[in-house]
Design a protein around this ligand. Structure first.
Ligand code: PLP
Length: 229
């Protein structure tokens, strides 16, 4: 068994255990985050049953995408710059980083150009850390209304990140994320809001306990990233 397969099995067991502890018993989708790891690592994860892969940067996603078809959904989860939106929209099945109204509009415009309706998540900065991108929960109602009016996109849920802390300290952030997600559901047609993307290697069990339906996990599957690559 490859390291990736061993790690994946362990991560899946931990997700399942957290899901059983969660009051929601929700289905959880695992996004395997392959940033800074080679395409071969992605292929090995796919061989082991991974159906969703996540990247942070458009260029890296595009390089891996161009190496040939893979039976996966492509997730983009890093902050997007306007000049990268066209390429992002050409590839991504789900963009997690809808972190400003401007970027949502640009995503919609570029999607319209290719006859696509782009699935996006609204990324909220719940912890209020200045280093983090994201929409301000204080503006929730106005943002939800404005995002719902943007053509070319389909808001399918909410994404948030917790501070890199002792996992238990992330719980209030995830709890608030779940509460906002419930509010979001009430603002869109029945069934449209289905994704609550929260939880990474450090804190995914807490996120699942608090209702995450999608976790984004890199290190626990692929090992540490080599940023000099
Ligand atoms: C890198 C990254 C992840 C995965 O992080 P790990 O700690 O390696 O699991 C998840 N989400 C986002 C937004 C990221 O940037």
């Amino acid at each position: 068994m490859s390291d990736i397969e061993t790690n994946l099995n362990a991560v899946r067991r931990r997700i399942e255990a957290a899901r059983e502890r969660s009051p929601y018993h929700q289905a959880v989708t695992l996004v395997a985050v392959t940033k800074f790891h080679p395409r071969a690592a992605m292929e090995e994860a796919v061989r082991c049953g991974v159906a969703d892969v996540g990247e942070n940067r458009v260029q890296e996603m595009e390089e891996k995408f161009r190496m040939g078809p893979l039976p996966v959904r492509w997730h983009l989860q890093g902050h997007l710059q306007k000049n990268k939106v066209k390429k992002a929209v050409a590839i991504a099945d789900l963009i997690h980083s809808g972190d400003s109204l401007d970027i949502l509009k640009e995503i919609g415009r570029r999607a319209g150009e290719i006859g696509k309706r782009q699935d996006v998540l609204l990324e909220f900065n719940i912890s209020g850390e200045e280093s983090k991108h994201g929409l301000d929960p204080k503006d929730f109602d106005a943002i939800a209304a404005a995002a719902g009016a943007v053509e070319g996109i389909r808001v399918t849920g909410l994404m948030c990140m917790a501070p890199n802390e002792e996992p238990e300290l992330t719980r209030p952030v995830f709890r608030e994320g779940c509460a906002l997600w419930e509010r979001l559901k009430s603002k869109f047609p029945e069934g449209q809001i289905s994704v609550l993307s929260m939880g990474m290697t450090n804190d995914f069990e807490v996120a699942v306990e608090e209702g995450a339906t999608m976790v984004r996990i890199g290190t626990a599957i692929f090992g540490p990233r080599d940023y000099n690559r």
